[in-house]
Every structure is written in structure tokens, then in C-alpha cells.
Design a protein around this ligand. Sequence first.
Ligand SMILES: Nc1nc2c(c(=O)[nH]1)N[C@H]1C(S)=C(S)[C@@H](COP(=O)(O)O)O[C@H]1N2
Ligand SMILES: [Mo]
Length: 161
Amino acid sequence: MKNKKMFLILIPIVAIGLIFLVTGKENTSVIIKYNEQEIVLEKDYLYSHEDAILFPVVVRSSGEKPVEAQYKGIELLKLFNSLDLDILSFKKITFNATDGYRIILSINELLEPSNTYLTFERDGEYLKSRKQKGNGPYQLIIRRDPFSQRWIKHVDSIILE
Ligand SMILES: Nc1nc2c(c(=O)[nH]1)N[C@H]1C(S)=C(S)[C@@H](COP(=O)(O)O)O[C@H]1N2
Ligand SMILES: [Mo]
């Protein structure tokens, strides 16, 4: 009898807990769209990509002095290469973020060596999400662009056209 009552109390608690776990889980993948096709890049794939490298950047955030940081990311040229995507058959690339921010680059900008990177780590720590008040989980870094307006934070989709 006592056990039955316990169950009746526990079941709703466990159910609510599970709902929180499922809906509170943040999306940590990036989707690439091209020619009506889609590729979903999961966190594990990106974090362990063989072309991920470390590089220094000067971070400009509004209201703060520029600071140097070490970022880790994958050069977009190499990322597309590893996915067997021929970017020369496209003209432009659009990056969308979870906050509605969007930037468009020409394919020519991507072709500049060591310029555009999809990054996921800063000073040895994974980039935090927007919810966690970070710039991540993924941020585009354009190394030859000193103005960081185009360093789009929270990238969640990339469209090739
Ligand atoms: N997703 C997203 N990325 C963004 C922005 C933004 O509002 N949303 N602002 C841009 C601008 S204008 C700047 S200066 C840099 C740094 O923004 P912060 O000052 O908010 O750190 O991020 C850029 N990337
Ligand atoms: Mo800005």
C-alpha cells in the first residue's frame, strides 16, 4: 500500500524531469544546405575534425578593450573539402545564427587561404551557447577582417548557393 502511494508520487516527478532533460537539451549541430540537400554536422564530428587548428585572434566585443585569445576551429575550405563539397560550383555562402543574425560571404572570400574558420573553442574551452552567455557553440572567424561585425556567433546553418 505504502509502495503504491510512493509510485503515484514518483511517476509524475520522473516524467517532469524527463521532459526537462529532453526540451532543455541544446542543439549543438550545424546544418549545411546546398542544391536542396542537407548535411548535419554533429558536435563530435566538428570537435574531433582532423583539420581543426589553433590560432591567435584579437577579439573585439562591444564595451570592452580588444583582447588576444587562442581559438580552435576548422578552415571552411578544408571542412567543405572533407565533405566532398565542390564550393567552386557556388557563388555565395550564407551563415545563419540562432538569434536571427545573418551574414553573406562571396565564395572568393572563402577561397583566400587561412581566412575563414568555423570555430568551437577559445583558450582551451569549448565556446558556450547563447543561453550560457557565450559566443558559441560555433562562431565564424574571418581572420583578415579586423572588424568583427561579420564574426557571426551561434552559427547553426550554412547555405551554399
Ligand atoms: N549571432 C550574432 N553574431 C554577431 C552579432 C550578433 O548580434 N549576433 N554581432 C556582431 C557584432 S556587430 C560584433 S561587434 C561582434 C561582437 O559582438 P559583441 O560585442 O556582442 O561581443 O559580433 C558580431 N557577431
Ligand atoms: Mo559591432
